[in-house]
Design a protein around this ligand. Sequence first.
Ligand SMILES: [Zn+2]
Length: 120
Amino acid sequence: MTEEKLNYSHFRQLLLNEQSRLKYLLGAVTTTLQSPDKPDSDKKNKKSTKKKPEPIDASELEATAKLKTHLQMVNDALNRLANSQYGLCTSCKKQIPKSRLESMPEIPHCLMCEMKQLLK
Ligand SMILES: [Zn+2]
């Protein structure tokens, strides 16, 4: 026991909360995407009256992709928790400051490594 030990159950709870939130959001987005133009919608079938071209998927797909990436990070963090690797930077293996984990429990890198990645 060198450093103050991280409260794993605390972070597990944070991660599980985040996981369920993301799954919920993903479900919501996916439902929107999957519902095609239902002919039974009361509005006129053709949206020709609308001037707005409805930039359909691009932004939604992007949002979905981001959510999935985020969810993957959360899952990875939960795996690290299970392997007692949680809280260690996945690049340099140094301890990630607790305050950083508190605000972003799924973060896989310490600040230095993240900055290095951004500067690539
Ligand atoms: Zn690092």
